[in-house]
Design a protein. Sequence first.
Length: 484
Amino acid sequence: MTEGTTTPGMGSAIDTLYCNDDVNIMSGWPEWERGRENLLMVKHVTCSPQHYRLQEARRDLPLPLTQPYGEFCVTDHDGKIYRSNKYFEHLVRRNCADNNVPYFHAGPSHSNSEMYDFVAAYRCKTLPKECDSWFTRSRPGNWPTPEMLQLARELGCFLIPDGHCFSEHSDIEWRISPSLIERHLMFSMGIIHIQCYIPLKLLKKDIINPYLNGNGKLTSFHCKTALFYAREQLLPEMWTVDRLFDCIIYCLELLRDWTTRGHCPHYIMDGVNLFDGKLNSEQKDSLRTILTIIIDTHLTPLAFVEADNLGVRLLHNVYTVAIWDMMPRRAVFQEITGFLSVFGNDRIMKHVLILFDDTAERSPDELCLYLHSMITCLQLQQLHRHRSEQALCRLDAVNRDRFIRHLQQHLAPIAASICIQRGIHIGDRIWSWYSASMNTDVASTRLKLACFTVKVTSSWRLMYWRMLNVGTTTLYKQYVGVEG
């Protein structure tokens, strides 16, 4: 919440980190302090890059403890005594039992409510070696800045009680968490970066994880990692409102690439795979599939996001589709995604321009007929690609007509421009496209028509007045013979 990257509809939990500063965490024996509880960070050969063991030390001398003093001191086969990471879990469990309240556990979080994630931690004053390369690697986007990197060095990190999922000694392993650095990076983000991150979280919550059906999980931290890498790699001029969808898709492509390789790198620490314990190989294939659908359809699955009524608002403002109560949510998504994909504006324009390149020798009537048939071709190509041939049959007549009118709204000005450029007669069908798509929005289609009529007649004032007051039918009949 402090980052400003959640919405009411996400139902995000309240995260709380409790840091016990009474314990002195040492990266080496010279950092030992008399009279304090001291723990030495030890990189055991069995530890993953993000994990350490905490060796118990004496309070009177800078020497390892030789005798365990409680149930949370674990003696390893090499005779060294390490601090167990089960102590905080034990405290919360006992408190929940004493107060007769439920106990909830998720990763290193232990609490008495699903709405609260409570994590206990120790403070590590110096960053481990795994973070060194992050400060020196090249950055095309010149982010983070040198000033940000300098401050990040001073923030340090935490050790939280969470062993590696594949470790045989996970109960005595502690995970490095540079959460203060990550928070520092998030505070440097602009509104456009936040607008990129929030749709990723919404897609994760309402589209991606439901598609995985409980088999594996994409987390918000995976999305945040993609945002960090995108912010670092993309040039500043890419982060503009008109390129927002491109930035979101770039993040999704990063996630898809990591899924293909089976390795999601930590943004700050080397050698860490954030997919460990979250996804197996089969689940990664499913994740890659859904990410590909979202990317190829130019983010149209956002129309199915329930959080904050985002999908309903998009459907109301952009297009209308039928969502059937009797069909499973996943089945609806699979069948309708291909149908909606034609609304990716850049993809429509790409197909139209390619087709126009092949129509240079066609007569005006043939050109109009060809464009008209292209509408159907676009539908069938998209539906066939997603094996959703029955989707059109499921849509009611109103929605199907609305879909056609939106395509006509895009095709009419392009076709008219081509005719004017070539100096050929503007066919009746082009005018009918203008007329049919007149009510798809408030003003843009009428403005396009105004520009079109200015091009084809010198009496543009009379034409403009009649367009607004007389109607398109009368206008069409009067100027049907006008040539560009």
